[in-house]
Design a protein around this ligand. Structure first.
Ligand code: MG
Length: 293
């Protein structure tokens, strides 16, 4: 099942997307509910059979004015993994951290967080903050949406902790990332965490997910990999994090990006005014964003 948050008749609404048509959760459930509230409410309950409800109650699809991030205001920062694809770890070593004496391939997952307040949705235009950075870059990533309160999970527990998956572009100002010697600031500028277009529930995707992931800038292929290439896979990520942090329904974990960032191109290619970036993951869709000064 695909869930989305969108603007309908000028108001933010949550709904399901079935064969390209959007249905309001309000019509399906009989009460208004955000997608985050819906995820929380179904922490320990099976998801409703919406197809039956739609045909039984003759519920009509609605028009959408625009698609928002599935969870526009995440309850806390998005948890991210750094250098979680080997080919990306190599290009980072060669460019961003050439002077640092670090292991090429991490021996434990590298975690950091980024702000998404709010997270832009599919189709949104993202500011380049040109007064502050000249090195804005993209990172296509598979993001996990946690569905269940999870503490001290084993690898076997990980699947049941997941509500679903979406696409996240971990946009990064490389000059700020380098100047301030950590990852939070350069990755948390306003608008730098677009997500969407939908959350696809875990039952529609094998586990662990082995999905083609790619990124294009103005139609030019830049990143192309498979989520099966993660160094630390999703069971490992959830098992490790939850040893000390209780994961909560609605938490978002971005699993890392493969090689092909603009910063590692020769010469480097940063995002420019008018650029269009498409992040695509098989079975989930395409997250498209435009960039403007
Ligand atoms: Mg990233």
């Amino acid at each position: 099942m695909k869930f989305a948050t969108f603007v309908h008749e000028g108001t933010e609404r949550a709904g399901v997307c079935i064969k390209g048509s959007y249905f309001l959760l309000r019509d399906l459930l009989g009460e208004e509910m955000s997608l985050l509230d819906f995820i929380r409410a179904h922490e320990n309950a099976p998801l409703p059979e919406f197809n039956e409800t739609i045909s039984h109650k003759k519920i009509a699809p609605v028009e959408t004015d625009s698609i928002l991030a599935p969870i526009p205001l995440p309850p806390r920062n998005v948890i991210c993994l750094g250098k979680n694809y080997e080919d990306h770890a190599k290009e980072v070593k060669e460019t961003i951290q050439a002077t640092q004496n670090e292991a090429l391939i991490p021996t434990s997952p590298i975690f950091f967080t980024k702000s998404a307040c709010p997270a832009p949705g599919d189709g949104a235009t993202i500011p380049l903050h040109a007064h502050f950075t000249q090195k804005v870059d993209y990172e296509a990533e598979l993001a996990i949406i946690i569905g269940k309160t999870t503490y001290r999970a084993t690898r076997k527990d990980a699947k049941s902790a997941i509500f679903g998956y979406t696409i996240l572009n971990d946009i990064t100002a490389r000059d700020i990332q380098t100047r301030h010697a950590q990852w939070f600031f350069g990755k948390s500028l306003d608008g730098f965490c677009p997500m969407g277009p939908h959350i696809v529930t875990r039952d529609e995707i094998g586990f662990p997910p082995a999905l083609k992931i790619s990124c294009r800038v103005n139609g030019e292929p830049r990143q192309s990999s498979c989520t099966s290439n993660l160094i630390f896979d999703i069971p490992e990520i959830i098992a490790t994090l939850s040893q000390g942090i209780t994961l909560l329904p609605g938490d978002i974990i971005a699993t890392g990006t493969p090689a092909g960032i603009g910063h590692a191109m020769k010469p480097p290619q940063y995002l420019q005014n008018g650029d269009k970036v498409e992040c695509e993951i098989e079975k989930i869709g395409i997250l498209t964003n435009h960039f403007a000064v």
